[in-house]
Design a binder for this molecule. Structure first.
Ligand SMILES: NC(=O)C1=CN([C@@H]2O[C@H](COP(=O)(O)OP(=O)(O)OC[C@H]3O[C@@H](n4cnc5c(N)ncnc54)[C@H](OP(=O)(O)O)[C@@H]3O)[C@@H](O)[C@H]2O)C=CC1
Ligand SMILES: O=CC(=O)O
Length: 326
């Protein structure tokens, strides 16, 4: 059985695939494969370990022989899951193991925005340490403030844990369903989307990108937020409207922002967000620690191994493929 891996992944994942007797090809060029080129390659393999390539209906139709597609991510908005299910291709992902590091990234962006850390670092690099004045470069204190979470699931839970422990923050959230575990653990309170916007001092986004969440944070949403609020997005750039966010920061409708995800990615170096004092931007590194990326590679490898054997994937996105009535 032959496996195509569309990027270099941590060794523990590769070792597991090798131990299972699979023949592996890793894509080592520093460009993302897409379209016909990706189809031509994957047609020669039995399984695909996918590192954020677009897996759309034309790809799936052309590669319906694939026994499994294992994503090296928890998010699967790059995949046409309905088409994969129709074609009975199991899609695997890597939940849980990246929740803590992604929450840590949100936490880092929150503090960095609150204390203008990236901007001040840039000033020093530019030789502008300057004269320290008591009223210059002031940030915002996070102690006892209200953390609003849009999509309190696994990552949101880990962020709430950190914010409560570090700053005794109050937690409010907006989900479609109640998160009773978070309500019990942190006294988290479920509120409407409007209340989330109006009451949050820090508003952190942790939903998947779906047709419901796409563009949710737009001009109308930012207009409801506090002028002192910080907007954090470590989920997907498509959930906020970047033009509206820039305008909200320029007009001081909100105070700051921290982004690990942008739209498009990569963000262009002349983006005005990169010049704003209370904005911190990272290049989509939410899960990027040695430990987490190794754990993700292992989960992806386990999904591949199960898939090529025709067994149920340990982390399956579309369990409906196992429904015989499909
Ligand atoms: N920056 C990075 O590197 C990373 C980014 N991510 C992103 O983070 C996302 C979240 O991951 P994770 O926490 O594991 O996912 P979970 O599924 O555990 O949590 C997502 C939460 O969002 C809620 N939700 C879903 N749809 C809506 C909606 N329309 N309105 C309000 N709430 C909604 C869900 O609750 P309910 O069903 O009750 O609505 C759920 O609790 C991923 O999908 C991925 O895109 C993940 C890892 C790393
Ligand atoms: O963005 C990363 C993911 O795991 O999803």
């Amino acid at each position: 059985m032959r496996v195509f891996v569309s990027n270099i992944i941590p060794q523990p994942g590769i070792r597991l695939l090798e131990e299972a007797g699979l023949e592996i090809t890793e894509w080592t060029e520093k460009r993302k494969l897409a379209g016909q080129e990706l189809i031509d390659i994957c047609q020669q393999y039995d399984a695909f370990l996918c590192v954020s390539n677009t897996v759309d209906a034309p790809f799936l139709e052309a590669c319906k022989h694939l026994k499994v597609i294992a994503l090296h991510s928890v998010g699967y908005d790059n995949v046409d899951v309905a088409a994969a299910t129709r074609l009975k291709i199991p899609i695997g992902n890597t939940p849980d193991v990246l929740s803590e590091s992604t929450a840590e990234t949100a936490f880092l962006l929150m503090i960095s925005s609150a204390r203008k850390a990236f901007y001040l670092h840039k000033k020093i690099l530019n030789g502008q340490w300057g004269f320290t004045e008591p009223t210059a470069d002031l940030g915002i204190s996070l102690q006892g403030k209200t953390l609003g979470i849009y999509g309190l699931g696994k990552i949101g839970y880990e962020l709430a844990k950190k914010c409560v422990a570090a700053y005794d923050m109050k937690v409010i959230y907006h989900n479609r369903h109640r998160n009773e575990e978070a309500e019990k653990a942190f006294g988290a309170v479920k509120v409407s989307f409007e209340e989330l916007l109006q009451q949050s001092d820090v508003l952190s986004v942790h939903t998947a990108l779906t047709s419901e969440t796409k563009g949710k944070f737009n001009k109308a949403a930012f207009n409801l937020m506090k002028p002192s609020a910080i907007f954090i997005n470590t989920a997907r750039g498509g959930i906020h409207n970047e033009g509206d966010l820039i305008e909200a920061l320029q007009n001081e409708t909100i105070w700051g922002a921290g982004l690990d995800v942008t739209n498009p990615e990569p963000m262009h170096a002349d983006n005005p967000l990169l010049q704003m004092p209370s904005v911190a931007v990272l290049p989509h590194i939410g899960s990027a620690t040695v430990e987490t990326r190794s754990a993700m590679a292992i989960l992806a490898a386990r999904n591949i191994i199960a898939g090529v054997k025709g067994e149920r994937l340990p982390n399956i996105v579309n369990p409906e493929v196992y429904n015989s009535s499909l």
